[in-house]
Design a protein around this ligand. Structure first.
Ligand code: ATP
Ligand code: MG
Length: 428
């Protein structure tokens, strides 16, 4: 039996908790709790299990103190999500209720927090998201990991997620935090001085705090290679998804535009906008990665690898000045590729020449909506000044139309695509 005294958490006092008790084969019952200084759980919980992260790890709560600590942590993440205008993640509690381990949580008990009673009657979003609660917000995890200093000894490399120009990305397990990370390892034969410069240039990544930007947990050099540790996205990058339907791509576009707008507000140009640098996960989140915050890192990689690709704007291929508008071009051509089944070969010189000399390609009218075709055409204006500025991007009818915070659409599409991929691969 658990009595919870929640006095110290003043922010909670206006919160309404909805506990959803799911009964197999017969629907669900919602129990509304108006949280005040005291919250009584004795009617539903004997003890609780908390779904913790994408690995399915759970925190077992054995005492009031542990429960309080867990709720305190949860409410700080809710507050943070509210301040950032993010979707509030449900807290899932799996009551043990004296069941043997194999039968725990047969009712799929969930506690949802709502910002207020008005939103209370529409549980659809949190209900349909395959998200886990108590997920450490990226800001929180960043703090934890940054304080602990990332290092090679604490990391266990697992699968290879992919190879790029210059680096290999691994799925890895971070032992002290129990978290799954994506670690990009790049071989760089550079002086200690340059290594230090890169590390200091990467510092700004700790300050990047947006739900549309991949979380950065730290970086370190070992001998002649740098390891950059970031949040792992279980849906991978957009380049492996083909013919993304417009209603899904619309939601992805909203996130990408918000991510770019955020970076630009920090005076960071992305410089490498392309489908492989747009990551998705089964929670329906879309995040940008691999933006060029470290000039020295970009230069060091460019010494070894060809630095031009077919997503680059004409002015950039021609060696002219690079600005926000060049990122906008890359956004346009990237979306054109992922919605059309168009395969952009990133290297041939003729293609690069075409981008510079020919008219920009346009989406086939009739196959796509008018706002979408207009959006892509605008982004791919031949002259940088013809392309929309950040505020124009956000105000474009295509973006406005899909800026509805509906993460479920992307989430379901990612889950389905992963499912299909698994079934094509057959049993392990
Ligand atoms: P380039 O090096 O030219 O930018 P790239 O983006 O394909 O090309 P990498 O950045 O090295 O190359 O990434 C390789 C692959 O690893 C990506 O295509 C993506 O599928 C995967 N990947 C990268 N970061 C993550 C991440 N944080 N979570 C999950 N998968 C990732
Ligand atoms: Mg990349």
């Amino acid at each position: 039996m658990l009595w919870l005294t929640l006095g110290p958490f003043h922010a909670m006092e206006n919160q309404v908790l909805v506990i959803r008790i799911k009964i197999p084969n017969s629907g669900a019952v919602d129990w509304t709790v108006h949280s005040g200084p005291q919250l009584l759980f004795r009617d539903v919980l004997v003890s609780g299990h908390l779904n913790e992260d994408e690995d399915g790890d759970r925190i077992t709560v054995r005492s009031d103190e542990e429960m309080k600590a867990m709720l305190s942590y949860y409410y700080s993440t809710v507050m943070e999500q509210q301040v950032n205008g993010q979707l509030i993640e449900p807290l899932q509690i799996f009551p043990r209720a004296c069941k043997p381990p194999g039968e725990r949580n047969i009712h799929g008990l969930k506690v949802n927090t709502r910002a207020g009673p008005s939103q209370h009657s529409s549980p659809a979003v949190s209900d349909s998201l395959p998200s886990n609660s108590l997920k450490k917000s990226s800001a929180e995890l960043k703090k934890i990991l940054a304080n602990g200093q990332m290092n090679e000894q604490d990391i266990r490399y697992r699968d290879t997620l992919g190879h790029g120009n210059g680096g290999t990305v691994y799925k890895a397990y971070h032992v002290p935090s129990g978290k799954i990370l994506a670690v990009k390892v790049i071989l760089l034969d550079i002086t200690l001085e340059l290594q230090k410069q890169i590390m200091s240039e990467l510092e700004i990544l700790y300050k990047c705090d947006s739900s549309y930007i991949i979380g950065f947990y730290g970086a370190f050099f070992v001998e002649n290679r740098i390891s950059i540790c970031t949040e792992f996205m279980d849906g991978g990058s957009l380049d492996v998804y083909r013919k993304i339907p417009e209603h899904v791509l619309g939601r992805i576009a909203v996130a990408v535009v918000k991510g770019l707008t955020y970076l630009w507000s920090l005076k960071i140009l992305h410089r490498d906008v392309k489908p492989s640098n747009m990551l998705v996960n089964t929670r329906g989140q879309v995040k940008l990665c691999d933006f060029g915050v470290s000039t020295q890192l970009v230069n060091s990689i460019a010494k070894t690898y060809v630095g031009t690709n077919a997503y680059m704007a004409p002015e950039r291929i021609s060696g002219e000045q690079y600005g926000i508008h060049s990122d906008v071009w890359s956004l346009g051509i990237s979306f054109m590729e992922v919605c059309c089944c168009l395969q952009i070969d990133t290297s041939p010189l003729q293609l690069l020449q075409c981008i510079v000399d020919e008219d920009s390609p346009v989406l086939p009218v009739g196959e796509f909506s008018e706002p979408f075709v207009h959006f892509i055409t605008q982004c791919m204006g031949k002259q940088p000044k013809e392309r929309p500025a950040p505020e124009e991007l956000m105000g474009h009818p295509f973006i406005v139309q899909f800026n509805d915070g509906n993460a479920t659409v992307v989430s379901m599409w990612v889950c389905r695509a992963l499912e299909e991929r698994r079934s094509q691969q057959g049993p392990p």
